[in-house]
Design a protein around this ligand. Structure first.
Ligand SMILES: Nc1ncnc2c1ncn2[C@@H]1O[C@H](COP(=O)(O)OP(=O)(O)OP(=O)(O)O)[C@@H](O)[C@H]1O
Ligand SMILES: [Mg+2]
Length: 373
């Protein structure tokens, strides 16, 4: 039997833990015509949740669902290229008629497609340079989706990325299109909380009040224990609740690190045996070790004032009132203005996270590494 704690690639349904309420809610919002902003800290399970929803009915059966990760994009042209390419490859597996219609609708670029001599189906062999007028092409893609024979769901994952585009009017451009669409509904997801928050909740921004917000919380401990225990028992291995609880607390309920630790623990526990706390601690140290060089390098790139604040936050775990004189004295920092400058930089880099004025290190494992130092 393979390891049931999947840490890379697609997660087959039987290995997908919980998320029953969240997937129902997200599907209900989309099928009732809402656009959704889905946000959560890194590696909680946003992208996997979206893929899971896409595999459920009625999305699976009655909708065309497109998923576009725009993390690597930095211009409108790249955005439209990725969008077009994803729509193309999704339709390719689903409907030849829609695929042909789609290509015909993309008047600004359809001369660039080549056709398979045998099947007479178009192939997506376009390059970025073929997208000479991305704003036109974008309009054509949306138009094609509006004409589709089924409703469409489009997810732009890592949507906060558009804030960094070289063009400045992208939010307004997208908002302009999206508000007129009837057949197409959107998920905007991402992890950079303050960026998404500003985009969707600040009155001055084009997307203000245009979406329903959904915050993805960690998988509850009880659900995760149920899941872990099920797979351990099934292979005649034992895992006490206290062990799962220990991992859950150490990894601050981060889904990826939970899975990563559990994956290793499952490997190391023999049939008929019960895993131990000692094993778990060794595994966690091993995972920190695997990342040590990356973290060392990251630290070396951070200027001294920011680094001082970073250590102070790591020490407190959940740091409150970081501009107060008590925090500054306790951690021997320079001044509140220096803290403020450093804080803004670290937030923008997503190295630290802020929630209700409480600051913490975004990556749990990085926090463990800093504490060790
Ligand atoms: N419901 C789940 N069941 C089992 N494993 C999960 C589940 N959700 C997430 N995971 C695990 O957590 C990892 C991260 O999930 P995912 O990529 O969806 O997170 P994310 O919130 O989109 O992260 P990022 O912010 O980095 O994009 C997955 O690779 C998988 O190992
Ligand atoms: Mg993701």
């Amino acid at each position: 039997m393979k390891n049931p704690f999947i840490i890379a690639g697609e997660i087959p349904q039987e290995y997908f833990c919980d998320r029953q309420e969240e997937s129902k809610l997200l599907i209900r919002k989309l099928t009732s015509g809402e656009n959704v902003c889905l946000f959560a800290p890194r590696r909680i399970g946003k992208s996997k949740l979206i893929h899971y929803c896409y595999s459920q009915n009625p999305l699976q059966s009655d909708y065309y669902c497109f998923y576009i990760d725009i993390y690597h994009t930095s211009t409108l042209r790249e955005f439209v290229y990725s969008f077009g390419q994803q729509v193309f490859s999704t339709l390719k597996g689903k409907s030849d008629t829609m695929l042909t219609k789609f290509v015909q609708t993309l008047k600004s670029i359809n001369a660039q497609f080549s056709y398979d001599a045998q099947t007479n189906m178009p192939a997506f062999n376009l390059s970025l340079g073929d997208f000479q007028r991305p704003d036109y092409t974008l309009e054509e893609i949306f138009y094609a989706l509006e004409q589709a024979d089924k409703p469409c769901v489009v997810c732009f994952d890592e949507f906060q990325q558009i804030a960094y585009y070289t063009e400045k009017n992208i939010e307004a451009l997208l908002r302009g299109h999206i508000q007129n669409l009837k057949n197409t509904h959107f998920i905007f997801s991402g992890s950079s909380r303050h960026l998404l928050q500003e985009m969707f909740h600040s009155q001055a921004r084009p997307f203000y009040n245009s979406v329903s917000t959904m915050k993805l919380l960690p998988i509850p401990l009880e659900k995760y224990y149920e899941f872990a225990n099920y797979w351990f028992s099934k292979t005649n291995k034992n895992i006490p609740f206290s062990i799962v609880e220990h991992i859950y607390t150490t990894m601050e309920s981060n889904t990826f690190y939970l899975q990563k630790t559990m994956h290793e623990l499952f490997e190391e526990t023999s049939k008929g045996e019960t895993c131990t706390l000692e094993q778990v601690n060794q595994i966690i140290n091993k995972i920190i070790d695997e990342n040590r060089d990356i973290y060392k390098h990251l630290l070396s790139m951070i200027p001294i004032r920011q680094k001082e604040l970073l250590f102070a936050i790591a020490k407190d775990g959940k740091a409150e009132k970081i501009m107060s004189s008590s925090f500054i004295h306790r951690h021997k920092l320079i001044s509140s203005s220096a803290v403020q400058t450093a804080m803004k930089k670290l937030l923008a880099l997503d190295i630290i996270t802020e929630q209700d004025n409480v600051f913490s290190i975004s990556d749990v494992l990085f926090a463990l590494y800093l504490k060790e130092l």
